[in-house]
Design a protein around this ligand. Structure first.
Ligand code: C2E
Ligand code: MG
Ligand code: MG
Length: 557
């Protein structure tokens, strides 16, 4: 026992120490106090009761017990695992044998592992995992106390430029300093987590009124606005903040963060370096699509959105006149997510402004390449959602796309729906005239499905009507659809508008439309939406044969 590397004690049946090994006395550095004392006095207070219970249990049951306690040494508390067993000495006196093993290293390792699993390695802040734990706790408290709290998502403005321009080590250093500054502006009871490259989330218990939110987020924004001195560079960045409030906006942690995230995107779109509180008046995304919504933000960062191009073809010559740009989301596990699923979500959370601006610019640039290959002018049609149309920045976005791509006026067609025009006709009129000043042409998409008044056709500067697929599908058999198509074509002729029939799938439909003077069609018959490289191949071929070759028409949806 004396030579054992472990700490060994023998206790008599009252629990008093009757023997302590050399190692034990060395550890405790209290040789004289040991004999006759009790084990309880050697461990820290919190462990005394469990230890007493374990000793009693081992003495009574005769089976060995294991317990971890903190042993008090002169300089520290040291974790030990005690193995307690009953023993009977040669004189038949029963007592307990306690063998203790130093657990410091194991505990440090465990602690380190736990820390690594729940913290961000770069900034040492909690990660998403710990954030959601903490949020659940804060929500439970808030529910009990009836006091709301705010969740703020903080996105650094212009971080990518730093990373790309000055290199990742500088970017990392900047993030570390930014994290420290944010942490310093918050209270100890607030949680600050890093949840993405340049994105942080702050959970602010007790901050729920507008004034409180303004104060805290104002400080967060201000602290990132002062310049950063890193690696001899003076760097200016900023932060956009989005806020969602429990329980006003949502009651679970996933949705709260998603809504704060959506508000932050809006802050970025509307000028950056500001805070936007989520607005419930614009209905939030449907709850079941929250995961899709969260994935969308990630997808934007990862560049999972792409553009397909569907040919718009002249009915007489079958020559490609241009393309409609249709957005696709290539999700890593869900595959191609159709726009019908993600556009409505992007529309409610504001992401559409970002995606739409990108699509517009990319489409204009793409058109240049199409034209180079086709060696003739072409059109490019881009869908503009109602929310984009209403956004005050839209004209800037348009100017930027035109200037960047060097498009000449008249080649860009902006597709809007009747509904978009009807939300606020006065505003629409002024925007449309400004679009017309920039030589962009306006097409009414899904014509016939929206609004029943035709007066707006006279009032607004519109160039193209796109007859909705629904009226084409049952042609030429359906007399009613035939009558509607006739009427639209007639109307267009008198108002001097072009017509594109959407969703033409058969030769019969094409024939019917062509006979009635419909100049353009768009549909699977003449080409499905296709990636840019396939569209380019089609254009190359079409220099000789004009129509889209059959094998390229069916490429992909
Ligand atoms: P849309 O603007 O009316 O686009 C035409 C839709 O009809 C496309 O669906 C196209 O793939 C489909 N289509 C074309 N020809 C045929 C055909 O012969 N048969 C059938 N069955 N379908 C045909 P897609 O690509 O799924 O897009 C759906 C809608 O999503 C679009 O309707 C548009 O409203 C919206 N969308 C797509 N891309 C964008 C975008 O970049 N921005 C905005 N704001 N909306 C977009
Ligand atoms: Mg369209
Ligand atoms: Mg349409």
């Amino acid at each position: 026992m004396e030579e054992a590397g472990d700490v060994v004690f023998r206790l008599d049946r009252h629990g008093d120490i009757i023997f302590a090994s050399r190692r034990a006395t060395a550890l405790l550095a209290r040789p004289t106090a040991l004999a006759g004392g009790t084990l309880a006095t050697l461990v820290c207070e919190a462990d005394q009761a469990p230890l007493a219970a374990a000793l009693a249990d081992a003495a009574e049951s005769g089976t060995a017990r294991l317990i971890e306690v903190r042993v008090k040494t002169p300089d520290a508390e040291v974790w030990h695992e005690l193995r307690i067993s009953r023993y009977v000495d040669p004189q038949d006196v029963a007592g307990l044998l306690v063998v203790g093993r130093d657990m410091t290293i194991q505990h440090a390792t465990e602690e380190r592992l736990r820390h690594m699993a729940t913290h961000d390695a770069l900034t040492e802040l909690p990660n998403r995992l710990l954030l959601s734990d903490r949020m659940r706790m804060v929500i439970a408290n808030a529910r009990r106390s009836g006091q709301g709290f705010a969740v703020a998502t903080i996105g650094l403005d212009g971080f990518k430029k730093v990373n790309d321009g000055l290199g990742h080590p500088t970017g990392d250093a900047l993030l570390r300093v930014a994290a420290a500054r944010l942490r310093k502006t918050l209270r100890d009871s607030d949680t600050l987590a890093r949840v993405g490259g340049d994105e942080f989330v702050a959970v602010l218990p007790g901050t729920a009124t507008e004034a409180q939110i303004k104060l805290v987020t104002g400080r967060l924004i201000a602290t990132l606005q002062s310049p950063f001195e890193i690696d001899h560079h003076t760097i200016y960045i900023g932060a956009s903040v989005g806020v969602a409030v429990y329980p006003t906006h949502a009651e679970d942690e996933v949705r709260l963060v998603a809504l704060a995230d959506a508000a932050m995107s809006r802050a970025k779109e509307t000028g950056k370096a500001r805070c936007v509180v989520y607005s419930p008046s614009e209905a939030g995304p449907p709850a079941h699509d929250i995961s899709l919504e969260a994935a969308m933000f990630q997808a934007v960062r990862e560049g999972e959105f792409l553009l397909y191009y569907q040919p718009i073809v002249d009915t007489k010559t079958r020559e490609i006149q241009g393309f409609e740009t249709l957005m696709r989301w290539k999700h890593p596990t869900l595959g191609m997510v159709p726009p019908a699923r993600f556009i409505p979500i992007a529309e409610t959370n504001g992401l559409i402004n970002l995606l739409g601006a990108w699509a517009l610019k990319a489409a204009c640039v793409q058109l240049k390449q199409f034209e180079e290959v086709a060696k003739r002018p072409l059109y490019i049609s881009v869908n503009i959602s109602p929310r984009q149309f209403r956004n005050d920045k839209f004209l800037d976005v348009l100017d930027d796309a035109i200037a960047f791509s060097g498009l000449l006026g008249g080649q860009l067609v902006l597709e809007i729906t009747e509904g978009t025009l009807m939300i606020d006709p006065v505003h629409a009129e002024s925007i449309l005239s400004k679009m017309a000043e920039r030589n962009a042409r306006i097409a009414i998409d899904d014509f016939g499905t929206g609004y029943s008044s035709l007066a707006y056709l006279k009032r607004f500067p519109i160039s193209v009507l796109k007859i909705d697929r629904a009226f084409i599908r049952d042609l030429p058999d359906s007399q009613k659809d035939g009558a509607i198509c006739n009427a639209v074509l007639d109307l267009a002729k008198h108002l001097d508008l072009s017509v594109v029939a959407e969703g033409v799938e058969t030769e019969e439909q094409l024939h019917f439309l062509e006979q009635r003077g419909c100049q353009y069609i768009q549909g699977y018959l003449t080409g499905k939406p296709m990636p840019a490289n396939v569209a380019l191949a089609a254009l190359k071929e079409s220099i000789h044969v004009k129509v889209v070759p059959a094998d390229l028409r069916q490429v992909s949806q």
